[in-house]
Design a protein around this ligand. Sequence first.
Ligand SMILES: *Cc1c(COP(=O)(O)O)cnc(C)c1O
Length: 381
Amino acid sequence: MITPAVLDAVRTAPLPAYVYDLGHLDAHVRALTSAFDDPRIEVLHAVKANPDAELLRVIARHVDGLEVASGGELAHVRSLLPHVPLAFGGPGKTDDELRAALSTVDRFHVESHYELRRLSAFAVSAGVVARVLLRVNLPVPGTGGAALTMGGVPSPFGMDPAEAARAASDDLPGVEIVGVHAHLASGLDAPACAALASSVLRWAVDFGAAQGIRLREVNVGGGMGVDYGDPSRLFDWGSYARRLSALVPSGVTVRVEPGRAVSVYSGWYATRVLDVKHSHGGVFAVCAGGTHHLRTPVTKGHDQPLVVLPFDASCGGPSVVGAPVTFVGQLCTPKDVFARGVWVERVSVGDLVVFAMAGAYAYNISHRDFLMHPCPGVVHV
Ligand SMILES: *Cc1c(COP(=O)(O)O)cnc(C)c1O
C-alpha cells in the first residue's frame, strides 16, 4: 500500500505531510489512458480532484486535456501548462471568467441558458466563436449501490431537458453548440459507468436530431469509483473502455472526465502519534494534524485506510497492544476522526501513521485554518 519512495520520505520529512509519488502516478495514468485505445474516445482530467502543480504536470503528459471548473483553476493550469487543451465547466461562471476564458479555452461546458446568452454576447464582442457543450441533467438508469447520483433530480448543475432545448433553439451568434456534457453520478463501477454513458449517448443523439444540431462531441463525465475500504480494488478501465467503444455513435467523439480515480492512489498523508488514550473502554490514538488537513474521511463517512509504522519510542509515552483503535487528530471537535476501531498489533506515542488514498479530494477540500494549527508539508517523490 506504501511505495518504497514514500516510505523513505515519511521517515525523514517533517510531519504531518502529504507525500505524493510522481512515479506511481505516472504509471497509473499511463495504464489508465492506454486502456482507451479507440481514437474516438478521449480522456480529460477534472482538475478539482487535486490542483497540485507537480501532479497536474504528470497527468497532463497522458491525457487529452484538463477540465477546469473556475477562473482560479483556469489561471493556475494555464500558468503551468500553457498548451494543454482545456474544457471550462462549473456552475456560476462570472462575466469576467467567461471573458478571460474565451481566448484560451477549447470547450465551454455551459450550465444554463442565461450563461449561454452571456457567453454569446462576450464572444461576439471579442470577435470569436466559442465551442459549447450543453451540460445536461438527465435521469440516471439504475446505478444503485454506493453511487452518488446527481442526475434526473432538482440540481444546480446543468440544464434539464426542457431548458437544454430552449438553449439549443435560441440560435445565438458567437457560440457553436457541438455537443452535450453530462456528469451525473460518482462511485460507479465499470458496468454502471458504461450503462450511464449508454443512456447519455442515446439521449444526446436524439437531442441532436430533434434540435438540428450536428452532434460531434459527448462528454459522459467522471465518477469512476474507488474503494476506500479496499484500496486494491481498482476501477476496471479496460472493461469500461471496451464497453464504451461499442457505444460511440457515428461521427461523435466521446470524452470521459475522471478526477478521483486518476490521482487518489498516488497521495499519502503521513503523521505521528502524539498520545494514546483509553476512554470509557475505547482506545484513541491522537495524531498530529487532523481532518483540517485530510477532510476526506469526514465528508465521505469512511475510515481512511492506514498503516502504523513503529518509529521513535524514546519518549516513553503510552502504547496499546492488540486492540481496536480510533485514530483522531488535534481538533477540538468529535468529528475529527480519520478512522474508527481499526485493529492494530501495537501503536505507541512516536509511531508514524500513514493514510493511503489521499491523492484526491484530500488536502484541497480541507478547512485548514480551523484552530490555527500549522499547515501540513507537501513532499513529492
Ligand atoms: C467533479 C467532476 C468530475 C470528476 O468527478 P470524479 O468523481 O472525481 O471522477 C468530472 N466532471 C465534472 C463536471 C465534475 O464536476
